[in-house]
Design a protein around this ligand. Sequence first.
Ligand SMILES: [Zn+2]
Length: 182
Amino acid sequence: MVKLVILTAERCQIVNIITHFGCLTFCLENFEVLSLTDMIYVSRQEHFNAAHKLYNPNWSEEKNNEVFGPCANKNFHGHNFNLIVTVCGEPDPETGFVVDLKKLSDLMKDEVTEVLDHKNLNVDVPFMQGKMASTENLAIEIWKLLENRLSDITSFGKLYSVKLYETPRNFVEYFGPETAGP
Ligand SMILES: [Zn+2]
């Protein structure tokens, strides 16, 4: 992934290229900056509780226990999940909002937390069937659910990231699908 970020107005003409390897800075001469946008990132946090287990049915019980440890407990275990969704865009000139956070909260509840709360991810949740019930896979599915509906609540914001905390110290963050490399 390569992102081109224009940092400053035409007086400085500095361009940063952010790559997986770091941030490369160039000073361009004879380069005219056509426009700059006031991109801002707006986030909302919601909460749900859910149970799961990490268990690969193609493996022996011994291998599941070896790889997943207590997370492979056959009778499942629970987490207090925290979900942080970030929307980016320019503020609507009429409201000053990228997205109305009450509407984003309602969307997260309707599409995600009320669907998942007090559920067993392995058993009760249709879109997790046939998948490993990892936090990574759950975050990807949450992205799909929200991206489909975000245009219902904002015409200025796009889904930027889904951050999902499984514990206060273990979390994943998903920025949407990326084009496969060469
Ligand atoms: Zn777990």
